[in-house]
Design a protein around this ligand. Structure first.
Ligand code: ADP
Length: 462
């Protein structure tokens, strides 16, 4: 099958979040399944020629290769993309994001014809690429080249929709009739993701549970009605995990590699982490780890409410993250007050993240909502038991058989789950069984890619 993946960020070229991981890893797994895949993304300032082997194809198109032979096409436009920040900077979102990403979508579609790549499927990701299905089904309907192309839209986080003032609508080059309830209109504004949902052949999210949740008022961010109308075309496919990066047997960042057969070596990583974090060495006390954006979505609202109580329990806690200033301040206060309990690292640090996944006993991830979530999948691979709220991808990957799950989102239930996990940690034999079970999980990209292929087949049959 011929597949174009269109995304606004792709590993290894540009990344702000999980979208880039998916857009980089899925093509590789599809290539392994013998599919003909190409990628299109904007050429940002960060995609510098010195770092990657990039060739010039046209005045405004350059390209690179990943995997065995996956062409990555960079859409260039210096006035739009040659600046700091993919979507914004410290002053907020870039003001011309509608211009920037509508340009990206239009130019990507033109490019297909120029390189004569008659895609069976265009797989677009998030609002930044969501105009592709809209243009395809409106502007391009009379062009035979595009006639048979089908589209799949993946929603990575419905909290981000690309909403703009009505005044900007003419810049899209679409007929005003599309500024309507069954088009891009949303409370008298332009909503690009909504357009993508309306015009894509099939839609999916990054976990089965999240695909259900976003059809409800609680999780839908206003698009629940639109999604409910399209529910027979809405699916959920769990992201895979890149095991070449996340593997305790080969991980270069951790003090001691370990596997199912050498589980006691995991403890050496705990010793190393405690030392690094200047926390007292306490074998019998569970060490909790957090690696996260410090945001309400990640559960920090309820965590903040019970932080003091948690610090008084028999545990230790390493926190790595950046995010909202209010959580920075709160956690700094706690770390000062309980220096023997909390070790706080307010930064982005990949090496330390690896050490936390390997060295902790329990991984704390009480997200309020979670489209898929990587942290819990990584921690399972490292035999570090996740403690999560039952939502989205967390509900699809963590159960009471491999972790701790609370199913009402409030501070009391969170505290209860923490206490339960501390009690469980004391029962050594049972705990070891739990770790062994966790370590055996397999969230490989191969499995996810096969599911995407099925989805593409379904889309073709539409
Ligand atoms: P998100 O919603 O932030 O994309 P995910 O759980 O899907 O959440 O993925 C987050 C990824 O970013 C994980 O691989 C996690 O280890 C990593 N990460 C988050 N914060 C940090 C940090 N401060 N330092 C290093 N890695 C981090």
């Amino acid at each position: 099958m011929k597949i174009l993946i269109a995304a606004s960020e792709v590993v290894p070229f540009a990344k702000t979040g999980g979208l880039a991981d998916v857009a980089g890893a899925l093509p590789l797994a599809l290539e392994e399944l013998n599919q003909d895949v190409i990628i299109a993304m904007p050429r940002y300032k960060a995609v510098a020629g010195a770092k990657f082997a990039i060739q010039r194809l046209k005045e405004d198109i350059s390209s690179s290769t990943i995997g065995k032979n996956i062409r990555v096409y960079f859409i260039e436009n210096d006035s739009y993309f040659n600046r700091e920040g993919l979507y914004g900077n410290k002053n907020g979102d870039h003001k011309d994001n509608l211009d920037r990403f509508s340009f990206f979508c239009k130019r990507t579609l033109q490019l297909l014809k120029e390189i004569n790549f008659k895609a069976d499927i265009i797989h677009v990701h998030d609002w930044q690429a969501a105009l592709i299905p809209v243009y395809l089904k409106t502007v391009y309907t009379n062009d035979a080249f595009y006639e048979k192309i089908k589209t799949v839209l993946t929603i990575h986080n419905i909290g981000y929709q690309g909403i703009f003032s009505k005044d900007e609508f003419p810049k899209l080059g679409l007929d005003w009739s599309l500024f309507a309830l069954d088009g891009l209109e949303f409370y008298n504004k332009v909503n690009i993701l909504k357009g993508g949902i309306e015009f894509s052949d099939l839609i999916n999210t990054v976990s089965p549970t999240y695909s259900q949740e976003i059809q409800t008022k609680q999780f839908g961010f206003g698009l629940e009605g639109v999604l409910d109308r399209r529910k027979s075309s809405l699916f959920g496919i769990l992201n895979g995990l890149d095991y070449s990066i996340w593997n305790p047997e080969t991980d270069k960042f951790i003090a001691k590699n370990y596997s199912l057969d050498s589980l006691p070596d995991k403890y050496k990583n705990k010793q190393d982490l405690l030392k690094l974090c200047k926390l007292p060495q306490k074998k019998e006390v569970p060490l909790f780890g957090i690696v996260s954006r410090l945001a309400e979505q990640k559960g920090f609202d309820i965590l903040a409410m019970v932080m003091e109580k948690i610090c008084k329990l028999n545990l230790q806690l390493v926190i790595l993250g950046t995010g909202d200033l209010k959580y920075h301040n709160l956690l700094e206060g706690m770390a000062k007050k309980y220096p023997k309990v909390i070790s706080l690292h307010l930064k982005f640090d990949d090496a330390l993240a690896h050490k936390i996944y390997a060295g902790s006993d329990i991984f704390l991830m009480p997200s309020k909502y979670e489209p898929c979530g990587l942290g819990q999948m990584i921690s399972l691979r490292y035999g570090t038991i996740p403690l999560v709220f039952k939502t989205g991808g967390l509900a699809d990957t963590v159960t009471k058989d491999n972790g701790f799950v609370f199913d009402v989102y409030n501070k009391e239930e969170l505290l209860k789950a923490v206490k339960k996990s501390i009690a469980a940690f004391a029962k050594k034999e049972k705990w070891e069984k739990l770790m062994l079970k966790a370590l055996q999980h397999n969230f490989s990209w191969k499995e996810s890619a096969k599911k995407y292929l099925d989805l593409y087949e379904k889309t073709k049959a539409q």
